[in-house]
Design a protein around this ligand. Structure first.
Ligand code: SF4
Length: 411
């Protein structure tokens, strides 16, 4: 069986499934495909480490590297003895790009660009790729090119295919999904409503990360009216200091981010918010960082992912003077402390409720708000069970379920 090792975002995870299917179609049983990420220097270091490990531990396999890190510079990979090939991002989903690695090939037409990994409770559907924004710290526009949306019919085809495969939840993913449809005056909000209208038997639809500056009335309307749209939004916030946001070339301000969170909660009162934040951006002073820490509580975030700033080649921020590594890591540590406390507050607010839980593992699952849940008796994965939240432990809710649900039990 071809093996695929994935780094990075949900879009990469989805593309890895397609890489696996394409390799299987061509009978490439002896390959290890490494789908790389370049969002941070650390991510690239881990990719190179994985390449060497795969070659060392599997001398009988041929290693092929693809993904964003290859697009930045493929030379370091070609110089690793044992790497038999590299694939640029733009070609990685094309089954023909793998044919040169075939000893003997047989092919069938590639169907859509969707995947429903066996192990997961949810299916990812790509609706958009690329980005037009060039935030000063980000390498992605250099590796994934201009923003482009997938055709509506194809998205509907992928969602229907996932439902036919028994998936309960579909996650719409991409690089900048809020830019969906800009080419044709469509919007993400209208797409959501259209999918839910056209695929009435899809139980749950979720969105991957959103640019706070691009959440429009259509999307707020969808959150207000579409019960099957999950009440959870993860924002690519990056900072809450107005001067740092400017230096990052982000399109939102501290005030517009606060207003957006208020509008999301007005549209969907039980919505749970999360955010990505970068710690130690080159121009960030201690006062800027304090401004971020001071403003965060007003957002009432449940999930906060703190990323130490990582200089990326050919970005505007790479020309700026870096802060010391110790300051960067210290600020990330303080953000993670805040994140832990914020999550505890949100977990407490869910105790006593009865919520539908998507079972990801016999003893683990997620609520519509994306909160982790655990329970005692193992149940069949890929089902949706109403559970009563009785408490919380570490970073998860603890639940019990009624006897009526005992049909789901793994006996
Ligand atoms: S919006 Fe900014 S951070 Fe996000 S992918 Fe585009 S350039 Fe990168």
């Amino acid at each position: 069986m071809p093996r695929v090792i994935t780094f990075g975002c949900r879009l990469n995870a989805l593309e890895s499934e397609i890489l696996r299917e394409n390799a299987q179609k061509l009978g490439l049983r002896d390959v290890i495909l490494i789908n790389s990420c370049a969002v941070t220097a650390e991510a690239e270091r881990q990719v190179r480490q994985a390449v060497r490990k795969a070659i060392r531990e599997h001398p009988d396999r041929r290693v092929i590297v693809t993904g964003c890190s290859v697009d930045i510079d493929l030379k370091p990979y070609l110089e690793i003895p044992g790497v038999v090939g590299v694939l640029p991002n733009a070609r990685k989903l094309d089954v023909e790009a793998l044919r040169p690695f075939c000893k003997q090939a047989e092919t069938k037409d590639c169907e859509g660009q969707f995947s429903y990994p066996a192990s997961r409770a949810r299916a990812y559907v790509a609706i958009q790729n690329g980005c037009n924004h060039f935030c000063s710290y980000c390498i992605i526009p250099h590796t994934r090119g201009k923003s482009h949306s997938m055709p509506l019919e194809k998205i509907l085809f992928d969602v229907r295919a996932a439902v036919q495969k028994g998936y309960i939840e579909v996650v719409l993913t991409g690089i900048d999904i809020a830019a969906y449809g800009k080419e044709e005056e469509l919007t993400l909000g209208r797409l959501v409503s259209h999918i839910l209208q056209e695929v009435p038997d899809l139980p749950q639809l979720r969105l991957s990360s959103l640019d706070p500056a691009a959440i429009d009335n259509d999307l707020l309307q969808a959150f207000a009216t579409e019960e099957r749209l999950m009440p959870h939004v993860h924002l690519s916030l990056q900072s809450m200091s107005t001067s740092v946001l400017k230096a990052m070339r982000r399109r939102h301000t501290q005030k517009s981010a606060l207003d957006m969170c208020y509008s999301l909660r007005k549209a969907r009162p039980d919505i749970v918010l999360g955010a990505d934040l970068i710690a130690g951006f080159p121009t960030e002073t201690e006062a800027d960082f304090e401004e971020t820490l001071k403003t965060l509580p007003a957002l009432r975030l449940a999930f906060l992912h703190a990323f130490p700033y990582s200089k990326r080649p050919n970005t505007l921020a790479a020309t700026m003077l870096d802060l010391s590594r110790s300051v960067i890591l210290e600020r990330a540590r303080r953000l993670r402390l805040f994140a832990h406390e914020a999550l505890q507050i949100c977990l407490q607010q869910h105790i006593g409720q009865t919520l539908p839980v998507l079972i990801e593992h016999p003893l683990k699952g997620r609520t519509p708000h994306f909160m982790h849940v655990t329970w005692k008796e193992p149940v069949h994965a890929q089902s949706l069970i109403p559970m009563h939240i009785t408490g919380c432990q570490e970073e998860a809710l603890v639940a019990t379920f009624s006897k009526e649900c005992s049909t789901h039990l793994i006996l």
